[in-house]
Design a protein around this ligand. Sequence first.
Ligand SMILES: Cc1cc2nc3c(=O)[nH]c(=O)nc-3n(C[C@H](O)[C@H](O)[C@H](O)COP(=O)(O)OP(=O)(O)OC[C@H]3O[C@@H](n4cnc5c(N)ncnc54)[C@H](O)[C@@H]3O)c2cc1C
Length: 398
Amino acid sequence: MQYDVIIVGAGPAGSTTGRECVVRGLSVLLIDKAIFPRDKPCGGAVSLRAAVLLPFDLTPVIERTTHAIRFSTSWKSRLTQSAKDPLIHFTQRRTLDHFLLEEAKKNGVTVREGTQIKEINFPQNRKKNPVIVRTDRETFRGKTVVAADGAAGITARMAGIPTPRWRGLALEGNIQPKGGVPKLWKNCFGLDTGDIPGGYSWIFPKRDHLNIGVGGLSLGKNSLKNKLEILMRAQGWHIADIEGLKSFSLPLRKPDAPLVKGNTLLVGDAAGLVDPYSGEGIHNAIRSGQMAAKHLSHYLSGGRSDLKGYQQEMAQTVLRDMDVSLQLFMLIHLLPLRLAERLHHDQARWPLICRILRGEAQYQDLKQGPAFLWTLLDYMLRPAAFPFVSKILRRLNR
Ligand SMILES: Cc1cc2nc3c(=O)[nH]c(=O)nc-3n(C[C@H](O)[C@H](O)[C@H](O)COP(=O)(O)OP(=O)(O)OC[C@H]3O[C@@H](n4cnc5c(N)ncnc54)[C@H](O)[C@@H]3O)c2cc1C
């Protein structure tokens, strides 16, 4: 059998692409080297803006939903900002990804778990000949390929698609406080920026434990471990209390990195779509998967002669938002601590931040105030300035 679409990787990006493709009438094979349920290093925060993209309810896999964020600087000078409506759901990737994969299967996606890609042959004439995908078990034929194999994926490279990116890193683990989740964190999660130039630490409440972690775009593994110890001490916990400590890349694409070549598309982390400011990746994984499905459907039904529309639509939407997010990242980490703190504690902007978290507004909307100031900041903090800013932040981290 020849599939319309072969997807490598069944994380949120791959499962979403697959489900949305079959809903549009395409035949889909989804391959993952893991057997689900499987874990993935992640804080498990699912913003409302990510959840509302899905046409089904995530309640069965949500362990806690919070209405408040406790912003702090070096775990001191804290301020809790609360909202009337929910802001963030907390889950575990083992259950969320399994749930999303089951939804894909239910809709008709053919799935091969425990199957590793070995080789992909892309034909010279993509309209006439199929792509041949060889795995450690079987060989498959498809008209198109989607690389959804995450930050360490190999499909883009096999397709000859360069993936220039800045690599962030994050480290996370769990602790089980005696007596369960402390009252403070029952309806609130913690975000701290003071200790980590170019990064942040978090405390995320789950059903019966807390997920804690540190991450950022300008940090090495050793400095992450040091920062995690600071977090633990500040909370009165001991580093030995952490279970299942894991680190993994936060991939951030460089401007102009391609998302399409011939009949192959990149989605989610394989495309480097982590949000630079927040480190959130599930939202863009789902969103890019949905957009990819739309353009695959147009192409395979003959409505379009190629898949370039995907790159164009991403550039006008997701990538534009990521550029603003990168600017915010640079701004907040270059500002003196007191000023950055004032921005996080700003009551006037808080309702807008809630709307962004719920998907009702964009980062772009934060650019309020004198236009000349933003024009100047747009110039100084353009994406091309990131390597320079990153160097400064690395120095500050020593
Ligand atoms: C420590 C940490 C904490 C994070 N916390 C959050 C958070 O709280 N909220 C949030 O929104 N984002 C978070 N992120 C980012 C988020 O985890 C990713 O952006 C998200 O997982 C991207 O989804 P994806 O589907 O693109 O890739 P993945 O979820 O990585 O899925 C890729 C899949 O591809 C499969 N695969 C890989 N190679 C092959 C191969 N050769 N053959 C077959 N299959 C293959 C893998 O087994 C995997 O199942 C965090 C990241 C890190 C590192």
